[in-house]
Ligand binder design. Structure first.
Ligand SMILES: [Zn+2]
Length: 171
């Protein structure tokens, strides 16, 4: 019986048929196997994840570089140390910040303070006799003429241009 089976499998026709069948089976099974693993989907997912992570890293790196660059520019553009002056009878302090384009310094946080007691003054009142607006120090009842902040800022920049810096306080 065994011999008959061996002879059957060794027959040229059977070998050819079996060979064709096996080859067909491989061709048939291969896509199914890949289908089970969904290799293309796995590759796409990996690709997407990789690209996504790369984009995040690029964005983060660019943001970090911009932040460092901005800080470096700000650091090397030395802040003017002219932060205090007297305009008329009004004492004023302010801070400097770079303008949005990063080219020029601008005056910010401009505030008046009392020359008698150093008390910051933000409230103004109108003098009924003269019609002028004044700053009032509620601490010592001194009052000072109000000057438009725009005009003061122009005067500050003008003083720097002309080298008329009366006094400075390191900020
Ligand atoms: Zn005062």
């Amino acid at each position: 019986m065994k011999d008959k089976i061996k002879k059957f499998f060794k027959h040229p026709l059977v070998v050819r048929v079996l060979g064709t069948l096996i080859a067909s089976l491989i061709l048939l099974v291969t896509p199914i196997v890949f289908g089970w693993f969904e290799l293309s989907d796995v590759l796409n997912a990996l690709k997407t994840a990789f690209v996504f992570e790369v984009q995040i890293w690029i964005v983060l790196s660019i943001l970090l570089l911009l932040a460092v660059g901005f800080l470096l520019v700000k650091h090397f553009k030395k802040t003017p140390n002219y932060t205090e002056d007297k305009f008329g009878k009004l004492n004023l302090m302010w801070r400097w910040d770079l303008e949005k384009n990063g080219e020029k310094w601008e005056v910010i946080n401009l505030f008046p303070y009392c020359s008698e007691c150093d008390m910051p003054m933000s409230e103004t009142f109108e003098d009924y006799d003269s019609g002028n607006e004044n700053y009032l120090c509620t601490n010592c009842d001194c009052c000072y003429y109000y000057i438009d902040p725009k005009i003061i800022k122009q005067k500050i920049l003008d003083n720097i241009k002309r080298g008329k810096i009366k006094k400075t306080r390191t900020s």
